[in-house]
Ligand binder design. Structure first.
Ligand SMILES: [Zn+2]
Length: 319
């Protein structure tokens, strides 16, 4: 629960609901980008699956750890980031799946990270299942604003509104995450972000040293877009070894940050936070090791063409 900063009232309300096991089967998590919706969704899912008696989520039991590491078989994300909307087919698939009992958890939890991107047909399909779900089913709908969803869905959900952080808490969090920036720069980013920590972090990153190729790598790794990665790697075959080594080292640093995010530590770059949200530690670690191998090969005089070719095989980001 500590992972979500601020939001004291929301957290104490949830803690009481967790303690008495009075959890709704449908939550609407509402707040703009960078407000902590994804963090809150992980906390809720962990609390629902946690096997500890008191003070759920405990964060240490096997069920909690699987949820927090994004590896719980009964926490299902309903989204295809390559599509513009959340389609009625995706909702129908989830609706069919919901009648299959949980694998190992107490609940079967469907997370819809872009609930506002469900068209009315998809929302109506969802409505059918949230009206009469199986006992063990739960739905977590993340949205920028609750009003983006049909009133019929809202009336069957408990809406959790994320609040902006108070200035002192926000500035402290920024100082902890970005000690490399001077206080005036942090204060300026904080003022522009209007209380949303995620947005302030992104503002601090703007114009920062992440190479465009690194941003692209982060995007296709997070989206599991193999084709895009190939398109990124092919032109790199013609680059000089002296250019490729620092670039791959930046990709390694990015994955290292994503691992830190997974472990609950602050990530320096928003791109790392994004990877940390959707990729397990094992997946990031595997890619990181492959890139370290690539750097070793480059240092060992293997040609950039051969190394980039090998990476296309090694880094199967679709998995
Ligand atoms: Zn637990």
């Amino acid at each position: 629960m500590e992972a979500l900063l601020g939001n004291a009232r929301l957290k104490s309300g949830l803690a009481a609901a967790f303690a008495s096991d009075r959890l709704s089967h449908c939550y609407l998590l509402a707040g703009p980008e960078g407000s902590g919706k994804h963090t809150l969704a992980r906390i809720l899912a962990a609390a629902m699956e946690c096997t500890a008696g008191a003070k759920r989520p405990c964060g240490v039991c096997l069920q909690c750890r699987k949820v927090l590491d994004g590896m719980h078989p009964d926490v299902i994300t309903v989204d295809d980031p390559t599509k513009k909307t959340v389609t009625v087919e995706q909702i129908r698939n989830a609706r069919t799946d919901v009648y299959i009992k949980p694998n190992e958890g107490r609940r079967k939890i469907y997370v819809i990270p872009r609930a506002m991107d469900m068209n009315p047909a998809a929302q109506n399909a969802l409505l059918k299942v949230i009206e009469e779900p199986p006992d063990y089913a739960a739905f977590l709908l993340l949205t920028d604003a609750a009003e983006q969803l049909l009133p019929t869905i809202r009336s069957r959900s408990v809406t959790l509104h994320l609040s902006p952080l108070p200035e002192t808490e926000g500035l402290d969090a920024l100082a902890a995450r970005r000690p490399d920036k001077d206080p005036a720069t942090r204060a300026e980013a904080w003022a522009r972000a209007e209380g949303w920590l995620g947005q302030a972090l992104r503002l601090l990153e703007e114009g920062e040293s992440l190479a465009p190729e690194t941003q692209r790598f982060a995007a296709c790794f997070a989206r599991r877009d193999k084709l895009e990665l190939t398109e990124l790697l092919v032109p790199l075959e013609r680059q000089k070894r002296e250019q490729l080594i620092p670039l791959f080292q930046q990709w390694i640093a990015l994955l290292d940050q994503a691992l830190a995010v997974r472990a609950g530590r602050p990530g320096r770059w928003e791109a790392a936070e994004r990877i940390g949200r959707v990729r397990t530690s094992a997946e990031s670690l595997n890619a990181l090791r492959r890139l370290q191998q690539a750097v070793e090969l480059l240092n060992g005089n293997i040609s950039p063409g051969a190394v980039c070719g090998a990476l296309q095989v090694w880094l199967d980001v679709s998995k």
